[in-house]
Design a binder for this molecule. Structure first.
Ligand code: ZN
Ligand code: ZN
Length: 362
């Protein structure tokens, strides 16, 4: 990972935003910039310095992992430690405006931090500069994401072996999660969704202790974290013989998903990709049943920019990794969602998820 290069890019952004520095406290951003994977950290990037703060629990881990920054192992939490260091070095640094990640600080944290700063140093909410850089993945990141996607996809086979009428949703999730850990996943990237029968109409129906009914859809939405990077995919299977209407609904979602994937290419506004999926479902009389956005960026976090949603103007760029996941939800009956991870390439896109989208009947 080119941590120094990322920090240099951030320095350019800091200058462009007329800040004298940025205090990075959002842990995925800290990891992106210096490699630290622990749970307590702050990284101060000024125009000339990178200073990393953590506490005594991470002495060894920080010296092993952190690259491109000087370490401060403090007896206090990273934020007060950063405030103390700024006060001690105020004369040398001569900082006037320090950016903070307002989206990721609590009001109390920010107030406490501000109170302990040297006089003459003001805080300003910085724009999400690091998140913007993180949207476009480098080769190294894409390789890690590919590995996470493949491991994630292998869990679908476990789901297919486990899903039977009478088996509880949580039992399916548990088998998948056990297989994920055995295969080396650090964690699931979110709570596994196994939603069967009428529960499949809940877009975020996390696995419950409800048994899988004799007939109906089962939405399986799951992902793993591997080497820090997330995977995310959804497949919907049907238990029992589907009616013609059920097949029609599945086909409409599959068509919408494939049409949206086909619309993924550099320079395309993300809102247009969303529009393609939405129009197709609308034309099938299912527009009102598609109640969420078409997708999101994936990387160190399971949900990161860009949002593939109505009226979003962000333009796709080669190296972005996004999901395409339209769905249809009919309250009291059931739902279908199909989700792939997609890499934007120079001339279009590559679907990373290797799994078939044909309707599987169990
Ligand atoms: Zn998902
Ligand atoms: Zn997703």
């Amino acid at each position: 990972m080119n941590f120094e290069g990322r920090q240099e890019k951030l320095r350019e952004n800091i200058a462009r935003n007329r800040l004298d520095g940025l205090l990075v406290t959002h842990l995925p951003n800290v990891r992106y910039l210096c490699g630290f994977t622990g749970s307590a950290a702050a990284l101060l990037i000024t125009r000339s310095k990178s200073q990393f703060f953590t506490d005594g629990r991470y002495t060894e881990q920080a010296s092993e992992e952190v690259q491109g920054a000087r370490l401060v192992i403090a007896r206090k939490a990273p934020l007060p430690a950063a405030a103390e260091w700024l006060t001690k070095n105020a004369k040398k640094l001569r900082l006037k405006i320090l950016g903070v990640e307002g989206e990721h600080l609590t009001v109390a944290e920010r107030q406490r931090f501000a109170k302990n700063l040297p006089s003459g140093l003001r805080l300003r909410d910085a724009s999400p500069m690091i998140e913007r850089e993180r949207m476009v993945k480098d080769e190294d990141e894409i390789e890690k994401i590919r590995a996470a996607v493949l491991l994630g996809a292998s869990l679908f086979d476990v789901a297919l072996k486990t899903i039977r009428p009478g088996v509880k949703e949580v039992e399916v999730a548990a088998e998948m999660e056990y297989a994920a850990r055995c295969a080396g996943a650090e964690a699931m990237s979110f709570e596994t969704i196994i939603a069967a029968g009428p529960r499949s109409a809940l877009p975020h129906g996390r696995a419950s202790d409800a048994p899988i009914p004799a007939s109906g859809f089962v939405v399986c939405d799951f992902g793993v974290i591997l080497a820090g990077y997330c995977s995310d995919m959804t497949r919907t299977v049907h238990v029992g013989q589907p009616s013609a209407e059920v097949r029609r609904i599945y086909q409409a979602v599959k068509d919408a998903q494939e049409a949206a994937v086909a619309a993924v290419k550099p320079e395309s506004p993300v809102g247009k990709v969303d529009d393609v999926a939405r129009k197709l479902l609308h034309n099938n009389g299912l527009g009102k049943c598609f109640t969420h956005s078409t997708g999101h960026g994936v990387g160190l976090e399971i949900h990161e920019p860009p949002r593939i949603a109505v009226k979003q103007k962000e333009r796709l760029q080669p190296g972005m990794v996004i999901t395409i996941e339209p769905g249809v939800y009919i309250s009291g009956e059931g739902g279908v969602r199909i989700e792939d991870m997609v890499l934007v390439t120079e001339d279009g896109c590559e679907v990373l998820t290797p799994t078939s989208k044909e309707l599987i009947i169990i």
